[in-house]
Write a protein that binds this ligand. Sequence first.
Ligand SMILES: [Zn+2]
Ligand SMILES: [Zn+2]
Length: 605
Amino acid sequence: MVEKPKHPENYPESHLYRIRHSAAHVMAQAVLEYFPEAKIAIGPPIEDGFYYDFDLPRPITQEDLEKIEARMKEIIAGKHDFVRREVTPEEAREIFKDQPYKLELIDDILSRGTDEYGNPLPEGQKPVLSVYQHDTFIDLCRGPHVKNTSEINPKAVKLMSIAGAYWRGDETKPMLTRIYGTAWESPKELRQYLKWLEEAKKRDHRVLGKELGLFYFAPDEIGPGIPLFTPKGEILRHLLESYVREVQTRYGFLHVWTGNIVKEDLYAKSGHLQNYAEVMFPPMVDEKSGERFRLKPMNCPSHMTLYKKMGKHSYRELPLRFSEFATVYRYEKKGELHGLTRVRSLTQDDCHIFCTEDQIQSEFSMLLELIQEILGRFRLTDYQVRLSLRGEGGKYVNDPEKWDKAEAALRNALDASGLDYIEAKGEAAFYGPKADFIARDTLGREWQLSTIQVDFIQPARLGLTYIGADGAEHTPVVLHRAIMGSTERFLGVLIEHYAGAFPVWLAPVQAVIIPITDRHLLYCEQVAQKLRAAGLRVEVDSRAERMNAKIRDAQKQKVPYMLIVGDREVEGGKVALRLRSGENLGAMSVDEFLAKAQADIEAGV
Ligand SMILES: [Zn+2]
Ligand SMILES: [Zn+2]
């Protein structure tokens, strides 16, 4: 397997991060020389490289990119120092007087205390107006940078692609040209990265989804970000969900269902309307009664309402675990939609556990086990847990005793589990600590999948209670939890993880039976019937194509088993088994094949 060059542990503090950030500035200089009338927006380092957004006088071509890259190499060879300077608001406005995007960012830094990209600053950091200059280029920037352009290896820098990007991700704002580049410490790492990228492209779930006929998008007819699943795609959804459901039942979860539309008032009470409005679809207003409704953006308030409606609860009933495969709707920005991994309608495997403070640790331990079992079934076994704890500052719910207890409970459970975890101070939500599972796929890419979130706030806001052993009313703690996150996103990750070659238990079509000629067709149908009766998903390829073409197509569709049938197989009551890897296992009885398929399903291969 091609591996990506190793990602530095603490990337924002690494030398590689400085190299990329500096390369972004060098690129902006080259672009400004090439298009003196260009306006510059923002240019941060990103996971595998960097980008810069420009407002350009004309569309940019591959040829332009090559020229810009060549000029970047010259600038790098000029051995220019990067010099930092703090400036007053007046100086900053003077320096960037011809750069409207920078002027807007300067205003943001001054009025909203953002960083130089217009984003909120990490906790504890103070806004600052500083510029970095190298050669002729000066940028509004907090750094960090390399000391001198000579620290950038010109042979390890490459401009990759061009994309459109709305200013501030807002589709009502101008569309800018984003140029992506990559930079590494050595040319060898760059080569390795490019090879890895080629493999990743082959696995792109948007491409494979079409090739394998799993799902489509119809932005003009249905709307953007709403996937339509074909019969094959729906089989996958169904298998994922029914597997997770079956395991959850074994772990004591109760499945509920709470609809798609909710009165807006409930979200005002829960606090979502105040904090979450921009990702909610606009309200639907009942003209007769004036009532306002929303498409459900999350399930927590619905599950909590159900808890209340089910009557008075005693501590003896806790923990109570509600689970639902719930389709929710998020108004994601059009520019941020991405295949199945970022959609507007998604089905969460959502769960809320109502428990006492003393039960947090045992519930958390149980969830760790559950998540490991499920991710393991999908052959996602390389993961790390990120434990987000509270930091300094006033945003956290002010109940230090509760926090200490919950954080200790999570930590103890993680220690006992033997899982690899890191602690991230200051990354908890204001309402409680959480744990995220960051899984690495076969290409070493990291995906945040399962989440467990402790919540001290919502249950109190919505008036949830239970009667404790002391006979008094208490507020339960709620643990929010998702394992797959959403069926859609998880499926997108799995398609790329498996490169479309699903393990037998998930393959939409598990076996294709291929007659060598038409006179074998009847026997093929009989075999198919027998296999279907045993629960396998089987097709007979009765098209008037040559056998080799049928094998090639089945292989392209990544069907695990091809059963070839000719005279000898019909006479002997057999099938000749060929695997999608191209391996031939020869003739075997139908029962022998069934036993093999069932063993593979069991083993999850
Ligand atoms: Zn910068
Ligand atoms: Zn929730």
